[in-house]
Design a protein around this ligand. Structure first.
Ligand code: ARG
Length: 577
């Protein structure tokens, strides 16, 4: 819908890049354009006059006339569009017909996106620090896939680097059997080493020597390293299972180990790097220098990311590579992107850092701390526990078998966490707040899940008496002079925007737009539900029959759209709750 209006405006104004807003106030129509305000100065006209001229032209556009029932100039020169009743009903039919596919498109046909996300570090438990990358990254993955892009998710595991020298040294110092290692012990080894090295700085030399051994392919060192990677990966898998996350690839930093020499050589050849105090660095005009090779010849995180860009560009030929990584790495990615550009690797590839903000905890409110950092698993467990309490209280779940109750608690608990994260713009810091996460009448996953359950229970009750197939809708409603009430119209007009919101989310790397949309849709549906009867106790005439059928169709379409939207966010919808 939006695209059709945009191209009509383009045609009548000669402007290529036309923007269309969805007005906050419904009295301003379904779409609004400020094109006349933007163009007025250049064309030396008063905005309102220009708007009227444009509207005159638009009114002659036959394609537009098929979908729009009214175009009006408002305020200082906005042009507002109202979709026709038929258009809106057509969209309702479309939702019912397309079902799970509603909102998908082939916008990304023949385009490829690589998404670098999650990317925890080996030998450490999965901390809260990698939660946002995992959740937002997966949502972006789902959105781009739904839009027809070929998407490659890559978990860029931190499985290489000088810290492994520390670990290996400590394992040797404390004479530990690798067979007995687990992730907790591994994490402690770091801490122990750092403590010891404070009194005995010479230990750092030992750690460096161990990393050198590892890089040189020493068999013993390799064996221990491999074991450590395996232990960690198993740990991460457990978290991913709980979160319902599956990432296509996990090359990890170590994959680039044998590709780094070529990168360093290429940079030297092109004169991009230079010697500095025994190290090799890269300088920029407007950024601090980056370290390519340390003075002890070890490579760095930066070197590995350069190798990663080159590999991805050559292997996948992506249009975009998205890095879903915390904002504390902004400088790092600026340096990597700038270098890749200078090297001429980015002829057809765009690099984007979706830099997410921090998660903060209200002071003293976090009881699930083990050691220094907050573990994601503890948070997830706590969330499932809270969900279970709510479900136990809710009457809808009466009669749920115990096993299903746990499954629902998991769906609601995990959903609450994911949604809380996703509903904030990625760039903002978020303050962890259990109350908000589970608020049943607010912008939360449980509210949306509950609304979805509501739609399904209405449909179950109606089952057998009414059919809500799109074909039926087609035959009945077009011949019937149907007047929607305000609440029905609000839901219908909201449904129309779902496919557009998905495109906006992908374009702006912002799943929070989808959260806002779903919340709005659910609110509108609940208002309608509270004010109107969907299933009368008795059908008295043709009109009441059609009204019920229409309302069931509306209910079904709302349920489907909520479900599709939540699924894109990585959130499941329980049958009951
Ligand atoms: N493992 C890194 C960290 O925890 C994140 C990696 C992000 N991806 C990348 N290509 N650098 O800080």
């Amino acid at each position: 819908m939006k695209n059709k209006i945009v191209s009509a405006i383009s045609k009548s104004t000669g402007v290529k890049d036309v923007r269309l807003e969805i007005p906050e106030v419904r009295e301003h129509g379904d779409y609004s354009s400020n094109i006349a305000l933007v163009l007025a100065k250049k064309r030396k006209k008063r905005p309102r006059d220009l708007a009227n001229e444009i509207v005159k032209k638009l009114e002659k556009d036959r394609e537009l006339a098929k979908i729009v029932s009214k175009i009006e100039v408002a305020g200082p020169g906005f042009i507002n569009f109202w979709l026709s009743k038929e258009t809106i009903l057509d969209e309702l039919r479309k939702v019912l017909k397309l079902g799970e596919k509603y909102g998908s498109s082939n916008l990304g046909k023949r385009k490829t996106v690589v998404i670098d996300y999650s990317s925890p570090n080996i030998a450490k438990r999965f901390g809260i620090g990698h939660m946002r990358s995992t959740i937002i990254g997966q949502a972006l993955y789902n959105l781009y896939s739904f839009l027809g892009y070929k998407v490659i998710g890559d978990n860029h595991l931190g499985d290489w680097g000088t810290q492994f020298g520390t670990l290996l040294a400590q394992i040797r110092i404390s004479n530990i059997e690798i067979r007995n290692l687990n992730i907790e012990k591994l994490e402690k080894l770091y801490v122990e080493f750092n403590k010891k090295a404070k009194d005995n700085p010479k230990l750092w030399d030992e750690a460096r020597a161990w990393f050198k051994k590892l890089e040189d392919g020493d068999k013993g060192a390799r064996k221990i390293w491999k074991q450590i990677v395996e232990i960690s990966k198993k740990e991460f898998e457990r978290i991913y299972d709980l979160l319902g996350i599956k990432i296509d690839k996990s090359f990890g930093e170590s994959f680039y180990e044998d590709k780094m020499k070529a990168i360093v050589d290429e940079l030297c050849q092109k004169g991009l790097s230079k010697k500095s105090k025994g190290a090799e660095i890269v300088e920029f005009d407007d950024l601090p220098p980056a370290m390519l090779i340390k003075s002890d010849y070890a490579t760095t995180y930066y070197t590995r990311d350069l190798a990663t860009v080159k590999f991805r560009v050559e292997k996948f030929k992506p249009d975009i590579i998205i890095y879903e990584v915390g904002s504390e790495q902004k400088l790092h990615f600026k340096q990597v992107f700038a270098t890749a550009g200078l090297m001429g690797w980015l002829k057809t590839t765009k690099l984007v850092h979706v830099a997410h903000g921090l998660i903060r905890f209200k002071e003293g409110k976090m009881s699930t701390r083990r050691g220094q950092s907050v573990m994601l698993e503890d948070i997830l467990d706590e969330s499932i526990k809270r969900a279970k309490k709510i479900i136990e209280k809710s009457e809808m779940s009466r009669g749920l078998p115990k096993k299903e109750k746990y499954a629902v608690a998991k769906t609601v608990g995990i959903g609450a966490i994911k949604y809380f994260d996703l509903s904030h713009h990625y760039s903002s810091d978020i303050i962890f707040d259990w109350e908000k996460m589970f608020v049943l009448e607010g912008n939360s996953a449980p509210y949306l899940q509950y609304t979805h359950v509501r739609t399904q229970s209405v449909l179950r009750k109606a089952n057998g008496k009414w059919k809500v197939e799109s074909g039926k809708l087609n035959s009945q409603f077009s011949n019937f002079n149907f007047q929607f009430n305000k609440e029905e119209l609000a839901v219908l007009r909201s449904l129309v925007h779902f496919p557009e919101v998905i495109e906006d989310c992908a374009r702006a790397y912002s799943p929070n737009l989808l959260c806002n949309y779903l919340f709005g849709l659910a609110q509108k549906y609940n208002t309608f539900y509270n004010q109107h009867r969907i299933l009368p106790s008795q059908i008295t005439n043709h009109k009441s029959q059609i009204t019920s059928e229409f309302r069931l169709a509306l209910t079904s379409a709302t349920g489907q759209t909520l479900k599709n939207g939540l699924r894109l966010l990585g959130i499941e919808t329980p049958r009951k709750m």
